[in-house]
Design a protein around this ligand. Structure first.
Ligand code: GLN
Length: 547
């Protein structure tokens, strides 16, 4: 049975709970333990699939097709453990399950209450797969004291009581604000947040305190005394230059040791931190810089493209260069010449997206990259735009467009080179959808196999012709246009195994122009950069030498 670490937060949000959890996962792995990380979110959306990336950041998709919180991306990037549907849950999902059961009569006429019905549902979620790993790290979203979070806090309290003693611990993340005028680090907000936690029956075993600088011994002792934790379980989390220094930094601060001590695991296995030393070295000692433009719509919130930004960093690490990303709003040149906005970059990336806004600009970005021979990586919508660009300007289909935009506008304007997919094959089963199905859950989601053409650039980049990658989209490039486009020089170099769905296109007479229908960024890791990002950054590096 797994040991459970519950990770909660207090004082303010955005303290980096996800990162702390992910780094702890990596450190436990470095000591030879197996881990799984989970996220429990208090919001009422059933999943984040329908939330605006402006508000919530990117939707992270798992192999088994769940649309989850971007923290699961952190977990994967630090541990390499592929997240699953059952690693993320929201209040919305919990309540909808409870209400479904109520309608079905499963509760046999009982009055349905938060305790025990909702909390039982949460506990059931927590225990899924508990025999598979040594440690289960469960992060509770939000901060202690939020109304929405209460059922989760109550559930983890009960859960630790239900289990044998010593099977679960609580780790609480807080902020120590620094008051410059008096030159003091303040412990009071942390004391209050621990008090809040204790008032609902949870006594933290470990305190992780975010602070700008080091925490002097005096403050550590004070925190230990007032918050009732051991002094060596007060862990400082100082601001870091890069998130990838987090495992080493937390190790130096003694986080993994404190966790093993709390579980009384002794002697503690020695950690092997070579992977993280290499990662840290590569990122901190880069030689040179390449500039990449990400031409998208959600440019105000960087979290909207979190995994892409991280994957580019990984690509940089593989090539020992820093990748400087600039976010370029595609709408700026919907009707203008994109050159003033795109000149000077060593590569252009057009990411995924939904809806018509900004798409003419993205098509122009693809055209700019093609004609100026700038490395281009089109992801999902970015691939569709590259295909439309090729169709309009190289294959004589001037009115080429996507059915998505016509559907949105309620009128037919485009030749549907990208069309709505009504039916597809997943494994041995056929899946079918209508355009008007509920917005949530009508997409091709999760891992699908693709077959790459021998001798193509992508086959060379991947080093294989059989891959699987994660998808999240409704529309597909129509193979009806394949011949025309291939004659123009756009090669369909990756297809679904049944040959019906184009997965990858590439321009043959271009230094590096690849569009992929899937999301390679979701599988990239600092210690295992995704081949497409590795090679895209290499191409950008070559380009930077040319200009
Ligand atoms: N909107 C496009 C589709 O649904 C692309 C989606 C995406 O980029 N993730 O097919």
């Amino acid at each position: 049975m797994a040991r459970y670490v519950f990770i909660t937060g207090g004082v303010v949000s955005s303290l980096g709970k996800g990162l702390a959890s992910a780094a702890l996962g990596a450190l436990l792995q470095a000591r030879g333990f197996s881990v799984r990380l989970r996220k429990l979110d208090p919001y009422l959306n059933v999943d984040p699939g329908t939330m605006s990336p402006f508000e919530h950041g990117e939707v992270f998709v798992t192999d088994d097709g769940a649309e989850t919180d971007l923290d699961l991306g952190h977990y994967e990037r630090f541990t390499g453990v592929a997240a699953r549907q059952t690693d993320s849950v929201s209040s919305g999902r919990i309540y909808s399950t409870v209400l479904e059961k109520e309608r079905r009569g499963d509760y046999l006429g009982k009055t349905i209450q938060v305790i025990p019905h909702v909390t039982n549902e949460i506990k059931e979620f927590l225990s899924i797969g508990e025999d598979e790993v040594d440690f289960m790290l469960c992060e509770i979203g939000g901060t202690v004291g939020d109304i929405e979070g209460l059922p989760f806090f109550e559930a983890i309290r009960q859960f630790s009581q239900d289990r044998p003693r010593g099977q679960s611990i609580f780790m609480h993340l807080t902020l120590l604000p620094y008051i410059a005028a008096s030159g003091e680090l303040k412990t009071k907000p942390t004391q209050h947040s621990v008090k809040e936690l204790r008032s609902i029956g949870i006594a933290p075993d470990i305190l992780v305190c975010r602070s700008e600088g080091p925490i002097p011994q005096k403050e550590r002792d004070k925190l230990a005394l007032f918050c009732n934790v051991r002094p060596d379980s007060v862990i400082a989390a100082q601001d870091l230059r890069t998130i990838y220094d987090a495992p080493l930094a937390y190790h130096r601060e003694g986080l993994d040791q404190a966790v093993l001590d709390a579980f009384q695991i002794s002697p503690a296995p020695k950690p092997d931190l070579r992977i993280w030393e290499d990662v840290s070295d590569r990122i901190n000692n880069a030689e040179g810089e390449v500039k990449v433009a990400i031409v998208g719509k959600y440019t105000q919130l960087e979290d909207a493209y979190k995994s892409i930004a991280e994957a580019l960093t990984h690509g940089g690490m593989a090539n020992r260069v820093r990748v400087k990303v600039e976010w370029v709003d595609a709408e700026l040149f919907d009707t203008e010449d994109p050159a003033p906005h795109l000149e000077g970059f060593h590569a252009i990336l057009v990411p995924g997206g939904f809806g018509e806004r900004g798409t003419e600009g993205k098509i122009k970005a693809a055209e700019f990259a093609r004609t100026r021979k700038v490395p281009y990586l089109g992801i999902c919508l970015g691939m569709q735009m590259a295909v439309i660009e090729a169709a309009r300007h190289c294959a004589g289909l001037e009115t080429a467009g996507s059915e998505e935009f016509d559907h949105e506008a309620g009128k037919k304007r485009f030749e549907p080179v990208v069309y709505h997919l009504k039916e597809w094959v997943q494994g041995n089963a056929k899946v079918s959808r209508k355009v008007d199905d509920n917005k949530g859950g009508t997409m091709r989601l999760g891992a699908y196999d693709a077959v790459l053409t021998d001798g193509s650039r992508v086959a060379d980049v991947y080093g294989t012709t059989a891959i699987d990658e994660r998808h999240r989209h409704r529309y597909e490039v129509d193979i009806k246009y394949r011949d025309k486009l291939e004659k123009a020089g756009l090669r369909f170099s990756g297809m679904s195994p049944d040959g019906r769905l184009p997965e990858i296109v590439e321009w043959t007479d271009h230094p590096w122009f690849i569009g992929v229908q899937f999301h390679p960024e979701l599988k990239s890791k600092p210690f295992e950069p995704h081949p497409l990002f590795r090679d895209f950054v290499r191409a950008a590096k070559d380009m930077s030498r040319l200009v």
